[in-house]
Design a protein around this ligand. Structure first.
Ligand code: SF4
Ligand code: SF4
Ligand code: SF4
Length: 187
């Protein structure tokens, strides 16, 4: 009985943290600070926090050095493995070595097709929307024409049905003020 109570309170504890984390993502997005994604194969943030034991095997096995340890003591994912697309995005390897490396069930192949996040263009910060020529995000997207395309005025438009949330477009965007943001973590 005691064990059950302990499990419930751990769940509640994580739930509260997840709520706090959502506020944090909103605040971070609004201020345009560095944003992050969770590695591929996560079912939900809550499950990830409960199952990840911070062994960092996913980090060691990522051939692109896309996953790193979060060092933000104010963040719910502090010391957890994350992807910071401004530094290195995820290249969504065909065989997902990060998932293969994870032995705790924090990352699973069943969830490898879920988008890593929901990505949005912030028009006021985007060169193309401000009348300048830029198509870096469109040109770099592995699913260009499907996940992101140019409208008749040359503005980048994201199709969230197709976007994998890999963050490659965020990585190449030359705008100093973040013009492409992660709206929502996988959850
Ligand atoms: S899918 Fe590939 S690039 Fe992306 S985090 Fe996993 S190992 Fe790294
Ligand atoms: S391999 Fe799995 S348990 Fe280990 S740090 Fe990565 S996500 Fe967490
Ligand atoms: S628009 Fe393309 S490059 Fe940008 S996150 Fe989506 S799939 Fe990745």
């Amino acid at each position: 009985m005691q064990i059950k109570q302990a499990q419930v309170s751990r769940k509640e504890f994580i739930k509260d943290f997840v709520r706090l984390f959502k506020d944090e993502v909103d605040e971070v997005s609004n201020r345009g600070y560095q944003q992050f994604l969770l590695p591929p194969g996560v079912a939900s943030l809550q499950e990830f926090l409960m199952k990840c034991n911070k062994c960092y095997d996913c980090i060691s096995d990522c051939p692109n050095e896309s996953i790193m340890v979060s060092h933000n003591i104010n963040s719910i994912v502090n010391e957890y493995p994350v992807i910071i697309p401004q530094v290195t995005p995820c290249y969504l390897c065909e065989d997902f070595p990060c998932i293969d490396a994870c032995k705790t069930g924090a990352l699973t192949i069943n969830n490898c097709n879920k988008p890593l996040g929901i990505i949005k263009i912030i028009e006021e910060n985007c060169f193309a929307f401000q009348g300048h020529y830029c198509s870096s995000c469109i040109n770099s997207c592995p699913k260009t024409g499907k996940a992101i395309y140019s409208d008749e005025l040359g503005h980048p438009i994201i199709n969230s049905e197709e976007c994998d949330g890999c963050g490659i477009c965020i990585n190449v965007c030359p705008s100093e003020k973040p013009a492409i943001r992660i709206l929502e973590e996988r959850n």
